[in-house]
Structure formats: C-alpha cells, structure tokens
Design a protein around this ligand. Structure first.
Ligand SMILES: Nc1ncnc2c1ncn2[C@@H]1O[C@H](COP(=O)(O)OP(=O)(O)O)[C@@H](O)[C@H]1O
Ligand SMILES: O=P(O)(O)OC[C@H]1O[C@](O)(COP(=O)(O)O)[C@@H](O)[C@@H]1O
Length: 781
C-alpha cells in the first residue's frame, strides 16, 4: 500500500504528533499519510471550517509553470494577500517591478537543514531562476468577421447570448494541409482533426490538401472521414504529402474562396506559419468568413513561444538507438569513436536532450555553441584525452553545428531549398574526415564510425506521449476555429493557448548556452566549453562595460500603461541568442531575462477586481467543450460567465486568458464594435511588448527552452564574447548573491558585511519564513 513521508521542522514536532492523532481520527494529515486509506480525506477536507483562500492566493499557489501571465501574478502578489498567505507564497519583486516566483527549496520549510553547494553553480554556464510567461494579451486570436453594410465599417458578427460556436456544423467546410519537412505525429494530428471535427461537432465536410501549399491550387482535394483516417497515426510521414515552396497567397485564397472552404487547418513549421499568416491576412482583406488555424510542427523543436513541438519527444527517443549503436561500435574497437549526427538546423535541442538522456555521449556539438578543433581547449585535445582515459568516445553533433568552420575549409556557394532555407553542409562527414586526419598526423590508431540517422528518425510514427500531445493540439485547434478565431495553437507554460501567428514566426527558439540545461549537459559529458583564454579576457572586459552601463541605466518601463506596449513588434536582427549581461546584485542574480512592459508597470489592484478579471478571462480547457470567452459577458463575482468546463478537465489545463481590446469589445454589443478603430489594419493582436533590455534578451522556461516573446536583437553573428561575458557575469552575480545570503544567515554578533539593502531583503525573507511557520502551525491546529 502506498504511503508517503511528510517531513516537518523540529519545532513543529509536537504539533506533528497532534496532527498524527487528528489524522488517525480521519481529520488531518499525519507523519505517515496513507493515500490508499479510506480514512484519509482529500486535502480540501482536511481542515474543516477553514476559510477558503482568496482566489488570488490560490492562483499563486499553483505550479509556477501555470501562471497565465505576469500581470496576473503581480496582481496576486503578496500585496494582494492576507499576511498569512503572503508568508506562504514565495514571491520576490525586482528592481523594475517584475515579480519572480523563486524556485522552491526544502530549506524554505526546513531552515536548519544542512545544505551543500549546488555543483552546477560554479559552472560558467549556470544561471539562476528564470521566469517564463506568456502575457494574456499575447494569446488573443482573431475572431472571424463579416462585412456589414454599415458606414462604421467591419463588425463582429452578432452572436446570440448563448452562442459559443461561430459556425454551424452543417455549414463547415474544412480543409487540412501539411507543409515543410516531415515530423513524427503529422498523421496523428490529421487523424484527430478529422475525427474531432466529426465526433465533437458533427462536421462531415473535411478535405485534405495534397502536397503542401501548392496543393491548394494544383491538386484535387481529398475527402476525409473518420474511417479513412482511422489507422493513419500508426504510420510515419503524412498521408496528405508535403512540400517546400509553392506558397502563392493569391492562388491559395482564390481556391479557398471558390471552393467555399471556411476552416483551414495548416500544419507546419515556422515557414508554414508565416504562410498561414499571409493567407489569414488576405482572407481578412477580402472580408471572407474563414477561420485559419495553424498547428506548429518541427522536429527541431525550434518554434518560438510554445513549450515543445510535437514529434520532438519521439525524435529524442529514437535518437537513443543511434547513440547506443555508436557506443557499441566505439567501445568494441581500440580507440573507437562513434559519431552521430542528429537533426537541428538552427537549434540543438534534439542533440542536447538525446545526449542528456543517453549518458553515453562524451561530447555534444550544437549550432548555438561554437567550437574549434585545434589547440588548447579544442575538440582534438579533448578527443586525445578521452581516448587515453576511456579508450573510446561518442560524439553527437547537430546538423547545424560548426557550419562556419566547414565553410572555411569547403567553400560552397550559398544554396537554398525551395522554401528559401539555407542548405547545410554535412558536418558529420566533415568532422569524421577532420578527426581521421588529426589522428593520422599523430600516428594514433583509431576507428571512427559515422552514423546519420536523421531521416530514419524523422520518418517514424509518433510515440505515445506525442500522440496525446497531437490529439490535444488538434482538439484545441478545432475548438478555436469552431468559435471563429484564427491563430496558432500550442502549449505555453503547460497550458494550451491560442497564439497570434506573428508571435511564433518572428523568431526561433534556441538552446541557451547560459542556461542550466546546457550546464547540466556540460557537467554530464565533461566536454570543454570551447572558450579560450582570449574569450575569457574579452569577457572580463565586456563584463566591466556591461556593469558600468547597467549602473547608469535608467529605471525601465514603470507605469507604462500600455504606452510602451503599443510599440511595433520587435523583429530580431538575428536568430542568435544573446544573453543579457548581468548586474552584480541580488535581484539580477534571479532576474528574468526580460519582462513585459505591461506587466512591469501594472499597478496592483484589489482582489475583487482581480477575481473578476480572472472570471472574465478564464476559458474552458481547449481539449473539451467549446470556446467563446469573448462572446460571453461575465457576471462579476460569479462563475456564470464561464462556459462549463468538461467534467474531466484539470484546472491547470485552462487556457491562458485572452483579453485585448478585441476581447473586451466583443463583450460589448457586438454590432457596436468597429474593428478598424479597435485595431490597426493587418494587425491581429496588440503588438508585442518591447524588450526591456537594450542588449537584447529572451525569456526562458524552467526546462531551459527559450521564449522569443521578447525577441533577441543583437549582431549578425554568434557573439561568443558576449556569451562568455554573460556566463561569467551570471556566475559572479550568483556568487555574490549566495555569499550575501550566507551573511544574512549568520548569528547575531557575527561580522555582517552585506549591503543594507540586501540585509533588509534577508530580514524580510526571514520574517516571511517565520510567518509561514506560524501560519502552518495555525493551519494544522
Ligand atoms: N515567409 C513566408 N511566407 C509565405 N510562405 C512561406 C514563407 N516561408 C515559407 N513559406 C512556405 O511554407 C511552406 C513550408 O516552409 P518550410 O520553410 O519549407 O518548412 P517549415 O514550415 O517546416 O519551416 C512552404 O510551402 C513555403 O513556401
Ligand atoms: O531534407 P529536408 O526535407 O529539406 O529536411 C531537412 C531539414 O528538415 C528539418 O527536419 C527541419 O524541417 P522543418 O524546417 O520543416 O521544420 C531540419 O532538421 C533539417 O535540416
């Protein structure tokens, strides 16, 4: 029978005994909680008579990954909470008004627990807490509109008070297209779109467009039924066929119009989503009654904003087979080297995760982390060392890694595929030859086996977890389209969200080599960071300059009230991630990479207002039920405005709350809303907030994924120097932070060298902990 052990602080031992006694009586939780025991009541029932926490408090208590947006978090910050609850919540506020939810640590609850330094913290690539969020305003889709003969221009279609679905089942004529490269899960998404439309909305007119965008105007449309797609998820590839190139907006929309299509489901990567946006804009320009739903696909996992793309899990899993083979080959030979090339044109996520998952890999090379071959700290030196130590080694290289190095030795004209993507040179083959030549020059006997499993990985069907993900994405797309919106779907911070097209196409996700995930990788492979002394010296200089600049920088974006947020979207000048130079203070050690201006300047509001907004903006789980939050006028203080969530929907699956002037306008009498005045022409949503840090930065999720919400904007090439600078700054900042933390913890009378601000912060922290302890004691009583 399952049981769990709950550890309580020493001073609570007495009460723990009491609590155990209470638990025995079926009223509370004891030290040994027997989950299977019928005597155990659910958590909510454990403290009968205890007043419910205010809504905002509940909000901040849920996992930090499920915060809908920073403004909500801020509004729910300690200021809005009762003292007791405030002590329970670990929220810190930084210099410029941003709010951080710190990483929970056992010492928060057990202050006397002996702790050991985190081995990663001295790693140059280690950085501390990150906050990753999506603003509610960033998740607003565009409602399908109809042209009305009114002097005031375009209006929302008038919806009846109970109308949640924009399209009637029988009027829907949907089509599905897949574009770009293959990816595990394409067939699953197609299947779930067809079956979902049919089973959930009784839609029977669904067509497949063959061979990508060009199929809109050059092939017949394939009728699709649940029966015809029943088994396709067990196959790799796409039953519809795919292609690159061939996007002709005018021809595509002409065909959509001529054939009376009113829902277009577009599955593809960032190029495809750009194409979807063009189609959407043209549809809107023509005033057509058509919803466009994008479902982002990329095996490389480099699509911006979303947590993860479908097929990525499968790819990482399948890559293990190639790595295992390489390991077997390498370890069975004298001085054996196994070299595996994995996909990743611009981002090394597959290589990084496959390496971390395998533990057999000695070196992982990705596009984001430049490397060099010869000299001290170079790849050859490391190979020498590994072979001496271990007699064999495994190298994983992402296909986009080292392209600049190859270009130096193999001059090749810039070639592009039909979509305009740069064609890459084969880094695996090139590296194999380079390593062979090096060993030959050293008269070293060795064997190298090069494995390129890339297309084998891409062609397999999706695994179980990706199948589920594909299903949720497809259902999410269906609900949004049926409600009349155009958008890209995706999981953001663990929630299914509707994202404006331009958000996912304006930049790419990259592995951040100053993030802890990359630090974990380096510490697991023990490979060099490929940073030279020159780099480090340069970094030191850059560090000094950055600190000086930061000290003279004015406070950022307070009280923006949307002024900053109205700036046009920031287009990154490059895809290269440029980390933010750190300031050597406590807050910086924990600062998010960037903060939305809107969020930073948001004034705290009272709880009722907050709760009302939450009620207004909450929408049901997109995996079930329908979505029409913009059409339903909320009744403050009640749940009446919320469309009923499906019975099995967990709370955390509720989509982030869309709320823009459009959503607000839709809550008014629809006929009175003039879209042209509500929003600039051609703009689907309010422009994204500005990036606060002039150096350029992006946000990053807890799992190490970057978010392009606040796009990068640095030079045109990989700025190794800046990367080093940032790594080192972070390290210094973190050290100074931990040092001060220790000082704060010193007993009275001991030398206190912390700055007054930090000491104050430390005292506040201790005070909060004390309050927390008191609160827990009262709770158990
Ligand atoms: N900027 C763009 N505008 C319109 N269509 C585009 C754009 N970029 C790519 N496409 C189209 O999207 C499709 C897929 O693009 P591609 O880059 O090959 O793959 P992916 O979507 O996987 O990135 C192609 O048909 C291409 O013509
Ligand atoms: O050989 P193809 O079909 O052009 O595909 C190769 C590329 O496809 C990818 O899998 C990415 O595909 P997308 O751009 O379609 O997402 C890359 O990893 C790889 O460089």
């Amino acid at each position: 029978m399952a049981s769990s052990h709950i550890i309580l602080p020493k001073e609570e031992e007495e009460e723990e005994k009491e609590a155990a006694a209470v638990a025995e009586a079926g009223l509370g939780v004891g030290v040994e909680a027997d989950h299977d025991s019928p005597a155990q009541r659910p958590y909510q029932e454990q403290a009968p008579g205890k007043a419910a926490l205010p809504f905002s408090a509940t909000c901040v208590r849920i996992s930090r990954d499920s915060y809908p947006n920073l403004r909500a978090l801020r509004n729910a910050s300690t200021m809005a909470l009762h003292d007791d609850d405030a002590a329970f919540v670990k929220i810190e506020e930084g210099d410029f008004g941003y709010v951080l939810d710190d990483v929970p640590h056992l010492t928060d609850y057990l202050p006397d627990l002996p702790t050991f330094p985190n081995p990663l913290q001295d790693h140059p690539a280690y950085s501390t807490v990150k906050q990753y969020f999506v603003n509610a305003d960033d998740t607003v889709p565009e409602k399908v509109v109809v042209q009305k003969n009114s002097p005031r221009g375009v209006h929302f279609r008038r919806a009846g008070p109970r109308q949640r679905v924009y399209f009637e089942s029988e009027e829907v004529k949907a089509c599905i297209v897949t574009c770009g490269g293959l990816c595990p899960g394409l067939n699953t998404v197609i299947r779930e779109l067809v079956c979902g439309l049919s089973h959930m909305y009784n839609v029977s007119n669904v067509f497949g467009i063959q061979n990508g965008y060009k199929g809109f105007y050059s092939s017949n449309y394939l009728p699709m039924t649940p029966k015809s797609v029943n088994d396709i998820h067990k196959r790799g590839g796409t039953v519809l066929g795919t292609s690159r190139g061939g996007h002709d907006t005018k021809k595509i929309v002409d065909n959509i119009q001529d054939r009376g299509i009113n829902q277009v489901y577009i599955i593809g990567g960032d190029g495809t989503q750009k194409g979807a946006y063009e189609i959407y804009k043209e549809i809107r320009r023509r005033g057509l009654h058509v919803a466009v739903a994008g479902i982002p696909k990329t095996i490389d996992n480099d699509i911006a904003v979303i947590d993860k793309s479908f097929g990525f899990d499968t790819a990482v899993e399948e890559a293990q087979r190639a790595i295992n083979a390489a390991h077997v080959e390498a370890s069975s030979a004298e001085n054996g080297i196994g070299l595996v090339k994995l996909m990743g044109r611009y981002s090394g996520f597959i290589a990084m995760y496959a390496t971390l998952a395998s533990r057999d890999v000695d070196c992982c090379l990705i596009p984001e982390s430049p490397f060099y071959l010869e000299g001290e700290g170079g790849l050859f030196e490391y190979i020498d060392r590994r072979l001496k130590e271990n007699n064999h080694m495994v190298i994983v290289v992402a296909e986009g890694a080292g392209q600049d190095l190859i270009a130096q030795s193999i001059p090749a004209a810039d070639q592009q595929d039909a979509s305009g993507n740069k064609l890459l040179l084969d880094v695996g083959l090139w590296l194999t030859h380079k390593i062979k030549d090096y060993c030959k020059s050293k008269k070293m006997e060795m064997t190298i086996k090069y494995i390129d499993p890339t297309y084998m990985i891409r062609a397999i069907p999706s695994n179980a977890s990706d199948n589920v993900y594909c299903t949720l994405l497809a259902h999410s797309a269906i609900h949004g389209a049926m409600a009349g919106y155009s958008f890209t779907v995706g999981m953001v911070n663990g929630r299914h969200a509707y994202i404006p097209f331009h958000r996912v196409t304006s930049t790419r996700n990259k592995v951040r080599i100053t993030d802890r995930m990359w630090a974990r990788l380096l510490s697991s492979t023990n490979q060099p960071s490929f940073l030279s002394q020159k780099d480090i010296d340069a970094a030191r200089e850059a560090d000094k300059a950055a600190n000086a600049k930061n000290q003279s920088a004015p406070a950022l974006a307070n009280g923006t009230d949307g002024v900053e947020a109205q700036k046009p979207p920031q287009q990154p000048a490059t895809d290269v991630p440029v980390p933010q130079p750190a300031r050597p203070d406590v807050d910086n050690a924990r600062a998010p990479e960037s903060v939305n201006a809107d969020d930073a300047g948001a004034a705290p509001r009272d709880q009722e207002e907050q709760a009302n907004e939450e009620a207004e903006t909450a929408v049901p789980d997109v995996t079930g039920g329908t979505l029409a939050q913009a059409e339903v006028k909320p009744i403050p203080g009640t749940n009446a405005s919320r469309p009923a969530a499906p019975p099995d929907t967990p709370e955390r699956d509720v989509a982030p709350a869309p709320r823009t002037e459009h959503a607000q306008a839709a809550e008014m009498e629809p006929a009175d809303v003039d879209i042209d005045t509500a929003k600039p022409e051609g703009c689907t949503t309010p422009p994204p907030p500005p990036v606060h840090d002039s150096e350029g930065s992006d946000t990053q999720s807890a799992d190490g994924r970057g978010s392009p919400m606040h796009g990068t904007q640095a030079g045109a090439s990989v700025m190794k120097r800046d990367v080093v600078a940032a790594s080192k700054s972070r390290l210094f900042a973190f050290r100074s932070f931990t040092r001060d933390k220790k000082v704060i913890k010193q007993p009275a009378g001991a030398a206190d060298t912390a700055s007054p601000d930090r000491r104050k912060a430390g005292e506040a922290c201790t005070e909060n902990k004390e309050k927390g302890k008191e609160r827990r004691k009262r709770f158990w009583k």
